[in-house]
Design a binder for this molecule. Structure first.
Ligand SMILES: Nc1nc2c(ncn2[C@@H]2O[C@H](COP(=O)(O)OP(=O)(O)OP(=O)(O)O)[C@@H](O)[C@H]2O)c(=O)[nH]1
Ligand SMILES: [Zn+2]
Length: 362
């Protein structure tokens, strides 16, 4: 094996670069561009990028709808960055925080010529770095040379795209006994993906037989609900009720998936909460930020269950999408076990929106 980073390792470097505000060089189909995450744009780097050529801001079609900008590239839009635009212009276009207080004035010039592959690539990378889904690009003939002279991470998107699209491979790291209030016979398994992403956990209660449907819960991380006891959602009570039911039955498996905020990360979830304080519901808030309703990858859960030796579950959930995904990934759902706990006056609206817009079962 060569000593240098392979494409998966480079992707991970690119995420770290984008989070720090360092540009990366993207290539696809013979084209090359420098790309920077919109939310991490520093004024000096902005000026340095400007000197290379005209800038494009890539945003998702969701954000374009809010800005009333035309989108000619299907799921994304490429906006020409005006010559007199400042970093504040980029920030306002990418981040809905001030949409209501100081709405951005168009008209925006959306690009329709040329290929959108690199713009789409930059948005995918920003999302996978848990940043706002918006990126500044400058197509530069000398981008490859800059990658070498400026020591920038170079990503061949033709090779990287299939890697980002596939379900990450998770490796078991360690498992150890954790006696819990809900069940003394608890065991925590830690799994690590090969792409440098988040670790995920499986909490096994008792020793469930592998040849029978296991009582299972796919729980997505919710720092506010799980740890702080937030009343805005039902995650904390669901987590504890699932463990309690497994403890009472003496067997079960709870997958704790580190997909905070339905896969957008805690910072973006707090941006969504701030929009909810301005009157938007949970789905509208995600859309204004440029995300889909739910950005989680439920393939992870099915992969973990298979690794643990389970092929059939009694799934604790109210979310039909989780059931569909389990079945599609070859895990039989023998039964759906409803999980109705934690309703408060603060989360009535949130739960009603999930039922109305995301198909959750009441
Ligand atoms: N983006 C966003 N995420 C939220 C919000 N409220 C809660 N979450 C996240 O939503 C996820 C809730 O996960 P789950 O309870 O596993 O999923 P669910 O889709 O409600 O399905 P079931 O609970 O199984 O019925 C967690 O990752 C929370 O952090 C919100 O307003 N916006
Ligand atoms: Zn929650």
């Amino acid at each position: 094996m060569p000593l240098g980073p392979d494409i998966i390792e480079r992707l991970n470097r690119a995420r770290a670069d984008l989070r720090m505000g360092v540009p990366v060089v993207l290539t696809a189909g013979g084209e090359a561009a420098l790309a920077l995450a919109a939310e991490a744009l520093d004024p000096d780097r902005f000026a340095a990028l400007r000197a290379l050529g005209s800038l494009t801001l890539a945003i998702t079609v969701r954000r374009a709808e809010t800005l009333k900008a035309r989108a000619y590239d299907g799921d994304i839009a490429r906006l020409a960055v005006p010559d007199d635009a400042t970093p504040a212009w980029i920030a306002a276009a990418a981040d809905p925080a001030d949409d209501l207080r100081a709405p951005m004035k168009g008209p925006f010039q959306s690009l329709r010529d040329g290929d959108a592959t690199l713009a789409r690539a930059a948005i995918s990378l920003a999302k996978s770095a848990r940043l706002l889904p918006a990126a500044v690009l400058v197509p530069a003939a000398g981008a490859l040379r800059l990658a070498a002279t400026e020591n920038l991470t170079l990503i061949d998107w033709d090779k990287a795209a299939p890697e980002l699209a596939r379900a990450s491979t998770l490796h078991p790291v360690i498992a150890a006994r954790v006696p819990m209030v809900a069940a003394e016979a608890g065991r925590l398994h830690v799994f690590r993906p090969d792409d440098g992403g988040e670790e995920h956990y499986a909490i096994e209660i008792g020793r469930p037989p592998r040849d029978k449907p296991v009582l299972a819960r796919l729980h997505s991380a919710c720092f506010t609900g799980d740890l702080l006891g937030s009343l805005k959602c039902d995650c904390g009570p669901q987590l504890r009720a699932a463990l309690a039911q497994m403890g009472a039955e003496g067997a079960g498996v709870l997958l704790y998936l580190n997909q905070e905020g339905r896969g957008i990360g805690l910072a973006n979830k707090m941006r969504a909460y701030s929009l909810q304080d301005q009157g938007f519901d949970t789905v509208e808030a995600n859309h204004r930020l440029g995300f889909e309703d739910d950005e989680r990858d439920f393939r992870l859960g099915a992969g973990l269950l298979k690794q643990l030796g389970f092929s059939s579950v009694r799934l604790l959930t109210n979310n039909p999408a989780k059931i569909r995904m389990m079945e599609a990934m070859g895990i039989a759902v023998a039964e759906r076990v409803p999980l109705k706990v934690g309703q408060t006056r603060h989360n009535e609206g949130y739960l009603a929106t999930k039922a109305r817009k995301s198909g959750h079962l009441l």
